[in-house]
Design a protein around this ligand. Structure first.
Ligand SMILES: [Zn+2]
Length: 186
């Protein structure tokens, strides 16, 4: 007979802990034993330390980011500069590094003036359009003999709804993969 009982080990049972005399390996500063080898050394140092060096030499917290803030910014800029460039044409854009959206040139120019900026790195936005409601929306509860056919009046209403959806302006925007640049006009 199968049993699903959870194995019980009593505190004072010999199975709960054993006294070892011949173990060798890394122990982190919190007392945890990791064992031998490079990976265990890494894990012990990772759990046992609070800070480490970024590849540039800066001191950072062990369990925060992989690199320091200035290296992360440098990498971000490198990745940004690899993107395709297109001249600014007034369409919706977002600032490359801090998610500020601008839907026209006036607002963008005003932002630069307010913040005393000569120019700004941007990304063109991509449109998020309202999703249409597909006919299989109710597939999980429809009777098996319906062949996916909706009641006529429901199908008609759905077609009308989808027509309205298809004519709506974009629902929202997110940052895209094409970069652009804008210089302030004074
Ligand atoms: Zn760094």
């Amino acid at each position: 007979m199968e049993t699903t009982e959870k194995k019980i080990i009593m505190y004072d049972s010999p199975k709960a802990a054993t006294y070892q005399t011949n173990v060798e390996g890394w122990v982190s500063s919190d007392g945890r034993f990791w064992g031998k080898g490079e990976h265990n050394e890494h894990m012990a140092r990772y759990t046992g330390s609070t800070h480490r060096k970024c590849e540039c030499g800066a001191i950072i917290e062990t369990r925060s980011y992989l690199s320091c803030e200035s290296c992360r910014k440098k990498k971000q800029l490198e990745n940004y500069n690899k993107l395709t460039y297109k001249a600014y044409d007034g369409s919706p854009v977002v600032t490359a590094f801090d998610d500020q959206y601008f839907f026209n040139e006036d607002d963008l120019n005003a932002y630069l003036l307010e913040n005393n900026l000569d120019s700004i790195s941007l990304l063109f936005c991509e449109e998020n359009n309202w999703f249409k409601i597909e006919g299989d929306y109710w597939a999980d509860i429809m009777p098996e003999n319906s062949d996916g056919e909706l009641p006529d009046n429901l199908q008609k209403a759905l077609d009308e709804l989808n027509k309205v959806i298809s004519e709506l302006p974009p629902c929202s925007y997110t940052s895209g993969k094409i970069r652009t640049f804008y210089s302030v006009k004074k």
